[in-house]
Design a protein. Structure first.
Length: 132
């Protein structure tokens, strides 16, 4: 009976911004002087175009999501915001980005056909900050 419940209910893996929490945690590196902050709602973490120049802040960590995982720039930025929310960040900004090339292939098990080739993507490093 328990197996049937799992079959119909599925296993519950916590998600933030549509991404598994376990994946998010793998992309985070705390800064040297990071202090513990309480988790905040994903929607509360702002995305900034650059480091704030009009407000004091502390860097609490760095987020480096894998290239090739996201279908859009917005999805990538929301993943960074979701990750930062786990550690209580007020905002994030991108401090490094580089273009990467990778090979991807997929095979259709029913037709035996496949597709693939070389793709370009962007690898980013985002900075999670807390305002003082």
């Amino acid at each position: 009976l328990l197996s049937l419940v799992h079959l119909f209910a599925g296993s519950h893996t916590p998600r933030i911004g549509g991404i598994k929490e376990t994946s998010l945690r793998a992309w985070y590196v705390p800064s040297v002087d990071a202090t513990n902050h309480s988790r905040v709602p994903f929607e509360r973490v702002a995305f900034l175009d650059a480091p704030p120049s009009d407000q004091k802040y502390r860097v609490i960590g760095y987020i480096c999501p894998p290239a090739g995982k996201f279908r859009s720039w917005g999805e990538r930025l929301n993943a960074v915001r979701a990750e930062a929310s786990l550690y209580g960040a007020d905002a994030v900004y991108i401090d490094k980005q580089s273009e990467v090339e990778e090979w991807r292939f997929s095979v259709n098990q029913w037709s035996g056909g496949g597709r693939g080739g070389k793709y370009k993507d962007v690898q980013i490093r985002a900075v999670a900050i807390a305002f003082e």
